[in-house]
Design a protein around this ligand. Structure first.
Ligand code: SF4
Length: 357
């Protein structure tokens, strides 16, 4: 048996399955650096350490040792199936009969990094910027389409001393498509443990990144909260309907709410000149989503919307108005149909089709 063993990023995060597979193997084969941190698990075993770039040699050696009747552990950092050793082994193994392979998962860089940064992942894609085996045009195309689809992007192998061009093009694409404020989490693996930071893409320089880094590119909803990088999913927060909001939506249901700016209001403009006042009381309150600029007043359990301007923009109001009329048949629907309302909000924020909730 050849056990392809994911050893995650450090001993703390290795799975019990991976440790057991190593213990039950006679021969251990791997890249020197990854063998070093499992040293105590491999005493009295045959150990073969190879350098970077010798993946095919390591896979062939694993097959050779297996044919000698030995159980082999082929070590892979992170997860063997994500830019790891499983792929190369299956490719080489197809030349032979009777090779049995079992892959033991590990924690890949995207999980490891995202969990250190906060909770930035929802729908995401992992892309390696290494153009050693993949044409740069293919990498660029994948990044472009992922950005256009508002996916979170985990970037593996962002840069090396001799490979800077993919990083330059990646940065340019993110700035062009997602804008200069797009948040990027950086997790650097060092001998003293991981170092994390979050910067805007416009501030992401080559000096901040090296071969040991993984980057997590946020999407249009990603925000920073108390230093953590968060991409909200839109969970429904329990709440009551405020009496003023009830009055407002009773009028809305009767078609009595004025469309556009309400300049005769004593409080106009409470946000900015030119604001639309159709949703003076937000139908999504409390959305609990800080990507809009809203935030909890700590210790008071009150959701504060003062920095959310989107709900008063012409585009936002025009997107929400008609579908809201379809959803809201009674004021209590503000509470009873909150999930659908929050999906409407998300569709309009991301400029998707609100009729396809
Ligand atoms: S006004 Fe903005 S922050 Fe407040 S609940 Fe509505 S969408 Fe959320």
């Amino acid at each position: 048996m050849i056990n392809v063993v994911g050893v995650s990023h450090d001993r703390e995060n290795m799975t019990l399955g991976s440790i057991k597979a190593i213990e039950e193997s006679d021969v251990i084969i791997g890249y020197k650096k990854y063998i070093d941190y499992i040293e105590d698990l491999i005493e009295n075993k045959e150990v073969i350490k190879k350098g970077m770039g010798s993946e095919i040699v390591r896979a062939e050696l694993a097959i050779e040792k297996n044919f000698e009747g030995k159980n082999v552990a082929l070590i892979s950092s992170g997860d063997p199936g994500v830019f790891g050793m499983a792929n190369v082994l299956y490719q080489i193994e197809s030349r032979y009969d009777d090779v049995k392979i079992k892959v033991y998962p590990g924690i890949t860089a995207v999980n490891y990094s995202a969990d250190l940064l906060g909770a930035p992942l929802n729908d995401f894609v992992a892309i390696s910027l290494s153009n050693i085996l993949t044409p740069l045009s293919e990498i660029e195309n994948k990044i472009k389409r992922s950005l256009e689809s508002n996916l979170i992007i985990a970037i593996y192998n962002p840069i090396s001393k001799s490979r800077k061009e993919p990083f330059k093009r990646f940065k340019r694409l993110v700035e062009d498509i997602r804008g200069s404020d797009c948040l990027v989490g950086i997790v650097e693996g060092t001998d003293d443990g991981p170092i994390t930071s979050v910067v805007k893409i416009s501030n992401l320089s080559e000096e901040l990144v090296n071969m040991s880094c993984t980057l997590i590119v946020g999407n249009d909803l990603t925000y920073i909260q108390d230093g953590y990088m968060i991409t909200p999913r839109g969970y429904v927060i329990k709440s009551e309907i405020h009496p003023f909001s009830r009055q407002h939506y009773e009028k809305f249901l009767m078609g009595e709410v004025k469309h556009g700016p309400k300049k005769d209001c004593d409080f106009y403009p409470c946000h900015y000149d030119g604001q639309y006042c159709d949703f003076c009381y937000c139908p999504f309150y409390p959305c609990g989503d800080s990507s809009t600029g809203g935030s909890w007043i700590k210790g008071k359990n009150i959701w504060d919307c003062k920095d959310c301007d989107w709900i008063h923009s012409k585009e936002g109001v025009n997107c929400i108005k008609d579908p809201l009329t379809e959803i809201l048949k009674d004021v209590n629907d503000l509470k009873d149909k909150k999930k659908t309302l929050l999906k409407l909000r998300r569709a309009c924020l991301l400029k998707n089709n609100p009729y396809d909730l």
